[in-house]
Ligand binder design. Structure first.
Ligand SMILES: NC(=O)c1ccc[n+]([C@@H]2O[C@H](COP(=O)([O-])OP(=O)(O)OC[C@H]3O[C@@H](n4cnc5c(N)ncnc54)[C@H](OP(=O)(O)O)[C@@H]3O)[C@@H](O)[C@H]2O)c1
Length: 329
């Protein structure tokens, strides 16, 4: 396997995947609409095809122009996208769909690929565009992968949990890094013990390559950091990377209400733990970057960027009101 087509590839996960493939000496073609700048524009190892993946004939044209061994699908948000791609690339050595941990339909710890049921997806949900149906649509994409494998196609799925690292446009981790970097006291929602499994983007990229090379058709593979942390531990790991000390202040729902904040307003807060088993992926030889190393790179990337997550999480003024009230108690 030495050539790859990456559907997507200029933004976050796909961008790291292209780097991973280049490191492993693949010839890479990316397929995007050209709305985002192409960071590989001046790299002659990466070709670019312009097109919209929701247009089947554009993908069909790419299939004949490029003739890739492996296809990585980073921008399939509807089951019809996966159905089309598995049909168009039916004779490839590997088709890997980037699914999501959100595809799981039952809360249990950990969520396992071959045990935990997936979300259902109605015909209305399958064509919806709202974030409410994201998990339903990703689960239906997984089922499209399984159906393609039944027909003899080498289709596989990778399910990342929350992805973080350089170029993370969601700014979920940036919000926390910014808090630790700028303030002495950091509010942590609840008792700080909640867990939302995260995946370092470089490890997601290696998982995608390894699954293409060694995965089995019709199988799904979770990917997430080997070492999980609670939200409070995350703050401590960030503080260690920034070589700073912060006072962690817990606030429950009633205390947060003083600032008009809900627990769920906090980025990376989830009341029920979300943990993915990564044993199946590890059996393929995949390894997770040590947490401190991953976090060091995430913190460095944050400091070099202008991302602070401020549009996504509670604002500091509201938090100060909560901190003020807690001080009087
Ligand atoms: N981030 C997370 O925490 C997380 C967690 C679990 C799963 N996922 C999954 O990861 C995938 C997203 O990864 P990413 O955003 O990091 O991917 P990416 O490949 O780095 O970025 C998306 C790229 O795809 C291109 N694109 C978007 N719509 C397109 C279209 N209709 N046709 C062709 N190209 C298109 C965009 O370029 P143009 O705009 O120029 O077309 C953009 O550069 C999704 O499948 C998501 O469900 C993400």
């Amino acid at each position: 396997m030495d050539s790859a087509l990456v559907i997507g590839g200029t933004r976050f996960i796909g961008r790291h995947l292209v780097e991973e493939l280049l490191e492993h000496e693949y010839d890479v073609t990316i397929f995007t609409r050209g709305n985002h700048d192409n960071p590989f524009e001046s790299d002659d190892r990466v070709s670019h095809i312009e097109g919209d993946r929701t247009n089947d004939s554009a993908l069909e044209a790419a299939a004949t122009t490029v003739d890739p061994d492996a296809v990585f699908d980073c921008v399939a948000y509807h089951p019809k996208d996966v159905q089309a791609a598995t049909r168009i690339f039916d004779d490839r050595e590997a088709y890997v769909y980037v699914s999501s941990g959100a595809a799981y339909g039952r809360e249990e710890v950990p969520k396992r690929e071959d045990e935990t049921p997936l979300e259902a997806c109605t015909t209305e949900q399958a064509i919806d565009d709202s974030s409410d149906t994201y998990g339903n649509r990703k689960a239906a994409g997984d089922r499209a992968v399984f159906a393609a494998a039944e027909k003899g196609r080498n289709a596989m799925s990778v399910r990342p949990c929350i992805v973080y690292g350089p170029h993370d446009y969601t700014e979920r981790l940036d919000w926390w890094i910014d808090r630790v970097n700028r303030f002495d006291r950091v509010l942590v929602p609840g008792d700080g013990t909640n867990i939302w499994h995260r995946a370092y983007v470089v490890d997601v990229a290696s998982a995608l390559r390894i699954v293409a090379e060694r995965g089995e058709a019709g199988e799904a593979y979770n990917v997430g950091d080997r070492r999980l942390t609670t939200l409070e531990e995350l703050v401590e790991v960030i503080a260690a990377q920034l070589e700073t000390d912060v006072e962690i202040v817990h606030a429950g729902p009633h205390e947060l209400a003083a600032g008009g904040i809900d627990l769920e307003d906090y980025l990376l807060y989830r009341s029920y733990p979300h943990v993915l088993s990564t044993a199946k992926l590890a059996d393929l030889g995949w390894e997770s970057t040590p947490l401190e190393e991953a976090m060091e790179r995430a913190v460095d990337a944050h400091l070099e960027s202008d991302r602070d997550g401020s549009e996504h999480g509670p604002d500091r003024e509201a938090e100060e009101r909560v901190l003020g009230i807690l001080e009087t108690l």
